[in-house]
Design a protein around this ligand. Structure first.
Ligand code: HEM
Length: 244
């Protein structure tokens, strides 16, 4: 009687039935979650620019965020709903990106894409810039929302009895050169991520026409520049003493 040869562990893993989420569904997940986060970042940018209006205007804006739709919704209710939606979308975006990246790697084998231009460089570094932005979001929450030291400045003040210190906390954080550098560098990477991500998202949502793709690239470029200049300008303004 012939004995069956043992199956290698890697072959066993390949033979195991897997529930495969189709790549188109993962791409749509990435496009929808990415574009929703982009909308949040743009609204957040408009809010951030209030820092130039002074401490009381900025802190009043932080207080208003907690009062949206009160008394229809409880105090902080809309903010919490937004936090939950953003967290779910972020997990979905990272999950879909991880699977699509692994699939692209195994389809490509040992071959590496040649980088002909800065655009192909931006495209090929999307997973890396994505991970840096993810790390930034964690640091940013510890810094300005939760006030966890040593990420947050030692002068961090939590909200209390209806008083808000969002402006003071922001200035205290960005007065530290290393913190300002982290914010500025991340905005540079975020601009690249948005620039390429917008074009890919429109394409993955079915925008195949040349004009539509060119339009998406232009819109992506304008939004990327707005995010870079608008957001990175804030740590620079703090370091220069324009915002105090
Ligand atoms: C220079 C750039 C930025 C500045 C100055 C800034 C400033 C702030 C401030 C002051 C808060 C606290 C608001 C409050 O407690 O009322 C905040 C919260 C937050 N920021 Fe930013 N931000 C910047 C960039 C970003 C970017 C690029 C993202 C996303 C990719 C982001 C995501 C968030 C999130 C998720 C929160 C938490 C909102 C909450 O749960 O209360 N921020 N930011």
């Amino acid at each position: 009687m012939q004995s069956t040869p043992p199956i290698a562990a890697a072959d066993r893993a390949a033979l195991r039935p897997r529930t495969m989420v189709p790549s188109w569904a993962l791409k749509v997940t990435m496009a929808v979650s990415g574009l929703t986060w982009l909308a949040f970042v743009l609204v957040h940018l408009v809010g951030n620019l209030k820092v130039y209006a002074g401490a009381s205007a900025f802190n009043a804006y932080a207080a208003w965020l907690r009062e949206v739709l009160v008394p229809l919704a409880p105090h902080g209710g809309v903010l919490w709903a937004l936090r939950v939606v953003l967290a779910v979308l972020l997990v979905a975006h990272v999950w879909a990106a991880a699977i699509l990246t692994a699939r692209a790697r195994s389809a490509r084998g040992p071959h590496r894409a040649r980088l002909h231009s800065w655009r192909s460089f931006v495209a090929s570094t999307m997973p890396v810039t994505g991970l840096v932005i993810l790390g930034f979001i964690v640091l940013h929450l510890l810094d300005l929302t939760l006030g966890v030291q040593p990420v947050a400045p030692s002068a961090f003040r939590a909200e209390g009895s209806g008083a808000f210190f969002a402006h003071e906390n922001l200035v205290a954080s960005l007065s530290r050169p290393w913190s300002a550098a982290v914010y500025i560098l991340t905005m540079l990477l975020l601009a690249g991520h948005v620039l390429h991500g917008t074009t890919v998202a429109v394409q993955d949502l079915g925008g195949m026409g040349r004009t539509l793709r060119a339009g998406a690239t232009w819109v992506g470029a304008i939004l990327a520049v707005a995010i870079l200049l608008g957001n990175a300008g804030i740590p620079i303004a703090v370091l220069l003493g324009v915002v105090t």
